[in-house]
Design a protein around this ligand. Structure first.
Ligand code: ADP
Ligand code: MG
Length: 228
């Protein structure tokens, strides 16, 4: 699937007075792109615009041929659920759910993705095995796991049902170098197999060599802040 952004502008309401303009950004089918940028440069804001959790003041955000800015909030939620697997910096696992509950969660709002997953419980177990999570772990509470295991659960949750786009917001920033490499091995192992597009945000330029393309926030976006 293709992601295309054209002439997007967004300004956070209220006193923050942070505005972001992105003239153009695209990610091709199966392409892996690393987006580098300093803290506070608007990376997470840009990912929220791509995911449709916030709506730009102007411009187009095209996800697999649909400009999501023309859709209602409910329809945008649906596009996100079907098309995008999201990995957050802090993993955002449900504290009250089991590992299995967490992995199956995105399928609840995405019938096409659910269908693609087949028997969802079997598919979740397969993903756990592929990600070297012990099988017995699926019934454990997600928060009872080690950080390394939680990270794998977050990857499995993003990958289940093979969404055509994976968005990852600094997923390795809390990890040491070895765990970072292992994390990327897992992620790339799956995205390469399924020709999944990947857009990952980081402030660590050393990760760049593993991606098809590296772009910098300062080259693709203009930001403005009101003087304090
Ligand atoms: P990055 O991910 O690159 O660190 P962010 O997109 O999170 O940058 O934040 C950029 C700026 O946008 C922040 O410094 C802040 O001014 C503003 N901002 C981010 N999130 C919010 C929010 N939820 N409400 C208001 N302003 C926000
Ligand atoms: Mg951020």
């Amino acid at each position: 699937m293709t992601l295309k952004i054209a002439d997007v502008a967004y300004r956070w309401p209220g006193r923050a007075a942070f505005s972001l303009t992105v003239p153009h950004l695209s990610v091709a089918t199966g392409e892996s792109v690393l987006l580098l940028g300093e803290s506070g440069s608007g990376k997470s804001t840009l990912l929220s615009l791509i995911c449709g959790t916030i709506l730009p003041d102007q411009g187009k955000v095209d996800i697999a041929g649909t400009d999501i800015t023309t859709l209602s909030g409910g329809a945008r939620d649906k596009v996100r659920a079907e098309q995008i697997g999201v990995i957050f910096q802090q993993f955002n696992l449900l504290p009250f759910g089991s590992v299995m509950d967490n992995i199956l969660l995105p399928l609840r709002f995405a019938p096409v993705r659910r269908k693609r997953a087949g028997d969802a419980t079997v598919e979740a177990s397969r993903l756990c095995a592929a990600l070297s999570l012990p099988l017995g772990v699926t019934r454990a509470k997600a928060t009872a796991l080690s950080v390394g295991q939680q990270q794998r659960v977050a990857v499995a949750r993003a990958l289940i049902g093979q969404p055509p786009l994976i968005i990852a917001d600094e997923p390795t920033s809390a990890l040491d170098a070895n765990s970072q490499a292992a994390f990327l091995d897992l992620l790339f192992g799956q995205t390469t197999t399924h020709n999944t597009s990947l857009l990952m945000v980081s402030h660590d330029r050393r990760l760049g060599e593993r991606f098809d393309r590296v772009i910098r926030m300062e080259d693709i976006a203009q930001i403005e802040r009101a003087a304090a």
